[in-house]
Ligand binder design. Sequence first.
Ligand SMILES: *Cc1c(COP(=O)(O)O)cnc(C)c1O
Length: 393
Amino acid sequence: MNEHSNFETDAVRAQQERTLYREHSVPLYLTSSFVFEDAEQARALFADEVSGNIYTRFSNPNTNELINKLCLLEGTEDGIATASGMAAMYISMASLLKSGDHVLASRSVFGSTHQILTVIFPKFGISHTYADIADARESWEQKIQPNTRMIFVETPSNPALDIIDLEWLGALARKKGIILNVDNCFATPYLQNPSKWGAHLVTHSATKFIDGQGRVIGGAVLGTKELIKEVRFFARHTGPSMSPFNAWILSKSLETLAVRMDRHCENALGLAKHLEAHPDVLLVKYPFLPSHPQHALAKKQMKRGGGVVTFEIKGGIDKGRTFLNSLKMISHSANLGDTRTIATHPASTTHSKLSDAERLAVGITPGLIRISVGLEDIEDILQDVDQAIAGSR
Ligand SMILES: *Cc1c(COP(=O)(O)O)cnc(C)c1O
């Protein structure tokens, strides 16, 4: 549960200092570098004796504003803005792991995170083990090896909407002296703050609900000062930095995160309940539906259920394809977290690189449909879903 009482105020008011032009809205700082006042300042800046902007690959007023705001909203000490969510996932791991290290990850992770763990990291001698949400807690603990340096999880997961107990995992990570890294993309800082439960790193794809309007790609790694220092060193020298333009857009987007998320959640719960009562629907998953296997846990650690609903129509893959082809208003696209409702077929798109067995292990059945519920009138969303289920064109 998010207990940040000034969330909305920080989201709206945290901003860069006003310039001599007395602007009300923060300007866009499109500059590659910054001018030194004198030789001594240049030396001191490079020596890290004083803080300040040098070059936009390192920092920029717009990315600084975004990170300061995200830290306030997540309750973290420091952070780094990245060019994409995947850049955030990658550097949050690559900067802190070395050859011989091991990662314990939940099997339910984003498709590209799975590729990093299974294809890219093995080239550098970094191994992983997957644990399943359904596994007993002792089994997670047993999978921790002497060389396990990080636990990486996504909750709610994409697209299975599995929920992991952050309080328990935070305690386990502390007990074992392991870094807990949580991809908080689906919940956003408004619905859930993993650092309050002991996460050392909180990673985001800002492309989704943080932008919220399907315009820009971005990400962030947030966490303790000590860890972010290493992440920053890695980012500064490998260059996955966010453009000031995207940071400017994303900081503005955060001003409306709370009101947008409230409506996303309200519409998503409305759709989930509607689908659950629909005779042609086999199963529906939504964290705040009592039928969700981890409903109590979702209620404990999330403020509301989030903006994504998954379901399966009776008749499997063929009926699912007819559904996608029959939609009139709802977009058929691979993104999520947009003002516009989007339907996706994970098995043939976002998670197509996984084998059938790997997909089934993370709850992606062939006919599963993921709906990112937008901000349209709920009646119009329900009407489009119903007519598409009926298969009318
Ligand atoms: C989309 C997504 C990512 C990747 O983010 P990009 O901004 O597309 O690079 C990572 N994790 C989750 C849970 C996502 O949904």
